[in-house]
Design a protein around this ligand. Structure first.
Ligand code: AMP
Ligand code: MG
Length: 413
C-alpha cells in the first residue's frame, strides 16, 4: 500500500503552513509620501495632534446668531458681518446681531447657533449676492444648533488608526486632515517569481504544437500584488538544471524576501526545480496532504527561502492562497487576513479522497444561509471553474464524504 504510506508521510496543510511561516518575520518600515500610501500597511499607531474640527464652524450656509435672540416666535436681526469659508471672523455678536456664514466657516465669537438660509427671508439669493442688512425668520434655535463644535469628531491625542491596518482611501483622507504628509508603513515584501517548463510559451508568442501559454506567472504576479507584495519577474526556466539554476542565481542578485516558482517540483523526469534546491540548499518538504496542490515544495536556495508551487494553474493558485498569501501578510505586518473564512452548506453530496481538499464553488444566499454549488469539473488544470468560483470549499483531511446540506468551511476569494 505505497499510496497510503505516502499519505501518512505527507505533511498536513496546517503543519506545512507553520513550517513555512516560522521562516518569515515582519519586514522593515519606511516613510512614504501620503499620496503613495493606498493599500500600504501602517507601521505605527496614528494619533491626532489636534482636535477635529479644529474650530467651531457652521454646518450650514446661513446666519450665525445668538440662540437667545430667537426665543420669540419670530426675529429680525441686524447682519453685521459676512463670513466666507476660510476666513477669520473679526466680530463678536451682540444682542440683536447676526453674521452671514458659509458651511465650514469659523463661527464668530458670541454666536451659538446657525439659522439655515432656507429658513430666512433671504432664501432665494444666488451665489455672489452680497449679504442683506437685516434678516428675518420665524424659528426658535437651540444653543449649538447647526454648529460643528471643535473636537466633535476627534480629540487631540486620540488614536485614530492602528498599526497593522491596511490603508484605505478614506484613511488617507483622515491622515491628510490630520496633517500627515508622510506615513511610516511597512516595506512591501519582494518576491522573485519564475515559471518552469519547456512547454511554456509567452502570452503573445505564436502557438506551437504541444505547447501551452505560461498563465501561472500572470495569476501569481497579480496574487502577490493583491497581497501587498512586489514582484521581481524572472521569466521562464527551461527543463534543465542549468536553466533552473541560472534563474535562481538571478533571484539572489535581487533584494527579495523569497523565491516563488511554479511547476517542476513533482516526480516527473524533468522536474529539476526540486533537485536544484536539494543540491544547492535544503529541501524542507515537497509534498502536502492536500488537493489540489500535493506537489508543493519548501526549502532554501543557498540562504534564500524558496516556495515551489505546483504547475497546474488551479493548484498553483490554491497553493498560493493557502501558503504564500499568509507569508506575505506576515511579512507586510498586516493584522488579520484579507481572506475570510465562512461557514456554508454544500448543495450536493461531495466525495473526497481523504486529503484536505479545496473545491471551487459559487455561493448563493438562501434566507441568510450560504449555499455552495460546485462551478464545474474540479480538474487542477481547469482554470475556468476557478474563475467562476467565489470561494474555495475546504473539505478537511480524513473526510471521505460530505452529505448534502452539511455545514463546511469556505475560503472567500
Ligand atoms: P509540472 O509540475 O512541471 O509537471 O507541471 C504540471 C502541469 O502544469 C503541466 O500540465 C504543465 O504544463 C502545467 N504548467 C506548468 N507551468 C505552467 C504555467 N506557468 N502556466 C500554465 N500551466 C503550467
Ligand atoms: Mg514541468
Amino acid at each position: 500500500m505505497g499510496y497510503n504510506r505516502g499519505a501518512l508521510n505527507m505533511l498536513s496543510v496546517a503543519e506545512a503552513r507553520e513550517r513555512i511561516l516560522s521562516h518569515f518575520q515582519i519586514t522593515a518600515t519606511e516613510n512614504v509620501p501620503l499620496i503613495a500610501c493606498a493599500s500600504r500597511v501602517l507601521a505605527v499607531d496614528i494619533s491626532a495632534e489636534y482636535d477635529l474640527p479644529l474650530f467651531d464652524n457652521s454646518a450650514m450656509d446661513g446666519f450665525a446668531v445668538r440662540s437667545e435672540d430667537t426665543s420669540a416666535s419670530s426675529a429680525t436681526l441686524k447682519v453685521v458681518a459676512d463670513i466666507p469659508a476660510g476666513s477669520t471672523p473679526k466680530v463678536t455678536l451682540k444682542a440683536g446681531e447676526a453674521a452671514r456664514i458659509m458651511t465650514g466657516a469659523q463661527l464668530p465669537n458670541g454666536a451659538n447657533a446657525v439659522i439655515p438660509v432656507e429658513d430666512t427671508d433671504f432664501h432665494n439669493h444666488k451665489a455672489g449676492t452680497i449679504a442683506p442688512e437685516k434678516i428675518s425668520f420665524a424659528k426658535r434655535l437651540k444653543t449649538g444648533e447647526n454648529i460643528r463644535p471643535r473636537g466633535m469628531d476627534i480629540h487631540a491625542g486620540e488614536i485614530v488608526l492602528n498599526k497593522g491596518q491596511t490603508l484605505k482611501p478614506q484613511d488617507l483622507g483622515l491622515l491628510a486632515m490630520l496633517g500627515f504628509a508622510n506615513v511610516q508603513v511597512y516595506k512591501r515584501p519582494r518576491v522573485a517569481l519564475l515559471s518552469s517548463g519547456d512547454e511554456l510559451l509567452a502570452v503573445d508568442a505564436p502557438l506551437e504544437s504541444g505547447k501551452i501559454r505560461d498563465s501561472n506567472s500572470y495569476t501569481l504576479a497579480a496574487s502577490i500584488e493583491s497581497a501587498g507584495g512586489e514582484v521581481v519577474r524572472l521569466g521562464v526556466a527551461k527543463d534543465t538544471r542549468e536553466s533552473v539554476e541560472a534563474l535562481f542565481q538571478k533571484a539572489l542578485s535581487e533584494d527579495v524576501d523569497f523565491i516563488l516558482s511554479s511547476a517542476g517540483v513533482s516526480v516527473g523526469a524533468f522536474d529539476y526545480v526540486k533537485e536544484v534546491i536539494e543540491s544547492n540548499g535544503a529541501l524542507n518538504f515537497w509534498r502536502v496532504n492536500m488537493r489540489p496542490g500535493k506537489p508543493l515544495a519548501f526549502g532554501e536556495y543557498l540562504d534564500k527561502p524558496f516556495i515551489g508551487l505546483p504547475g497546474n494553474p488551479v493548484s498553483a493558485f490554491v497553493g498560493f492562497e493557502v501558503f504564500v498569501r499568509p507569508v506575505l501578510e506576515r511579512l507586510s505586518g498586516k493584522l488579520g487576513s484579507s481572506r475570510r473564512r465562512v461557514k456554508v452548506r454544500s448543495e450536493e453530496e461531495i466525495e473526497s479522497d481523504g486529503r484536505e481538499s479545496y473545491l471551487r464553488v459559487k455561493l448563493r444566499d438562501e434566507n441568510g444561509i450560504q449555499i455552495a454549488q460546485m462551478t464545474g469539473h474540479q480538474g487542477s488544470g481547469n482554470l475556468l471553474s476557478l474563475v467562476q468560483a467565489d470561494a474555495l470549499l475546504i473539505i478537511p483531511a480524513g473526510v471521505k464524504c460530505v452529505p448534502a446540506g452539511q455545514e463546511v468551511e469556505a475560503l472567500l476569494l
